[in-house]
Design a protein around this ligand. Sequence first.
Ligand code: GLA
Length: 713
Amino acid sequence: MILKQGSLYTLKGESFCYQIKVDKHGKLLHTYAGSLIDGDASSLFSLKDRGFSGSDYEEGLERTYSYDYLPMEIGEVNRGDFRTPGIIIRDEKMITASDFRFSSDRIYSGIPSISPLPNLYGEAETLELTLKDECSGNILILSYSLISDAILTSRRLIAGEDIEVCKLASLSFDITYGDYDLITFAGRHCFERIPERTKITHQDISITSRRGASSHQVNPFAIICGTDTDETHGSCFGMHLLWSSSFRLDVGKSQYGATRINFSMLDESMGYKLKAGEELQLPAALLTYSDEGLSGLSLKCSDIIRAHAVRKAELEVENPVLLNSWEACYFNFSGEDLIALAEEASSIGADLFVLDDGWFGSRNDDLSSLGDWNTNESKLGMSLTELAMKIKSKGMLFGLWVEPEMINEDSDLYRKHPDWALTIPGRKPMRSRYQLVLDLSREDVTDYLLNTLTQILTDTPIDYIKWDMNRSLSDIASATTDADKIIYKYEINLYRILESLRMRFPSVLIEGCAGGGGRFDLGMLCYTPQIWLSDNTDAIDRIQIQAGSSYGYPISSFGSHLSVCPNHQDGRITPLVTRSSIAMLGTYGFELNPRVFTNEEKQLLREEVRFYKENADILKNGDFYRIRLDNDIAVFLSVSKDRCKAVLIAVNLSIHGNDVDKYVKLRGLDSSKLYKLSGGKAASGSFLMNAGLLITFKPGEYSSQRITLIAEK
Ligand code: GLA
């Protein structure tokens, strides 16, 4: 519900409330965000004469009303608020200033269209506030859509004169008082999204990706929480930017103890020029809230992403188990090898065979051919369509790897169009994995890619695409696009291609990937329902990566596969069932050649697939809990929405002689229900959640337990 009481706007969800007030001078104050309240939270503001904090001119000789103190909806620059701004606009004379004041409001049903930027869908109510800067004529439109107990924001700027937009936050607000922590998700290639918790102090914190992708190193999801908030208790805000390129999150405490948050596209890569009358639509952001700890926040994020962001592909098979050829054979295969591999995959229960890198141009290593999306028939010994048909005749779906945004210098495409790669005139471009980046800011390049991919999907019966992106962007300069527009146009053209393919081929499942999880964000999830979570397939490392990613994203979106031992990334040896169980906390699949297994192991894998299929609905659509994760043990629990079934997965992370017992208390069950546990025991929900459960393991490193819980009728 969105309430307007005079100049006070209150957006009330089931348990989350966000309040904005237009003050006596037309400025937007952020009065409150948190658990439900009635009343005007601006009564908490304390107006005082504060040294070196200027006042609005309209205040005359009154010195207590200062925008340097008041909690703002968006901080501006050069007009008396000296905190980190959410908007920076420069005019033609290089004067940096803005002063947006209320002009009009509108409350309506639905979510504003911001196409071609990614957006949520579904029922919502929207508050639109239009602000005007009288001096420049610039107009700023702020939209707040109340959707499923969360707030989706979007912002649009219309230039009243020729300007340069140096920064414009998609989400910004000040929290009036209190001590908070910031949790961000840091990492590196093969070790993404590990939570880092920092106290918010008077020192500004800035989390930034400059890579032209949301990146392995940081993630455009972050949490602000009370200093005493933990997994099960306390309040917390989740913030997602629906943007897959460079970004910046600024958080800091003001001199008077207010916490300021600004979440935006990266200002360093902006400097976006607008002529009078032109407009700029900023990416959307999602603000979620929970007063039931980090676990409560994760549940909310998962629910909203599954219901309002992800668009499921209309595949023939639900929850397909896939086998990907990459770790099975890398670049070394013939068509017959692939058919044999697909047969093996089918024999262990996989539904979808994915041909990874190496099928096109003359690509036998990563030195050449990106850009030449024509089948290497001499390598395959057949056309792609023939291969797909042969694999499909075995009863399998067929999937294909592509990396459309990239180009190798050793490719026909580069030889024909060297100017299609991002390159700074007069400088040699930086190579990464021997490849350059295609200039997607250009319409001709975008059209070429869309046509090429459409042709492949039309000519060949393809059920799945793995859309990869294996380097960060540098040398951001274009032969045709103005430098200030390159990053923005690149990104919207990427989204445009993905959306066009999704509309034209609704039954094709597109899995995102960027060297694993280098572009795992809510923007991409609007087009690719699942994303290969990490190039690291080691189950024990994956525990950290999957747990970290689960704070802000549903496990149903985690591309996750079982691979061989010793693991190809780190050489670790882990029991087969443990590897399988961890892969089940995701989309489940294989990254291996089943030929390496004994008949008993293959039988075991068939049973694992059967277990996954039986429980896929709980695992993918249920409530996921991080029950315990420390140096000794990792325990995860997925509970069906009706709380009648649950799957518990536990991995022993430390072994010692005469070891101490390992206990956990479960969560999310129905206390009044009696649950039968696989293995024969039974216990009530209240017992399991309050007294707990003793987890025992077979001897040996990284052994695991998988327990199903079924409520008695
Ligand atoms: C990236 C992906 C891998 C694989 C290779 C192929 O690294 O993340 O899964 O597809 O590219 O080159």
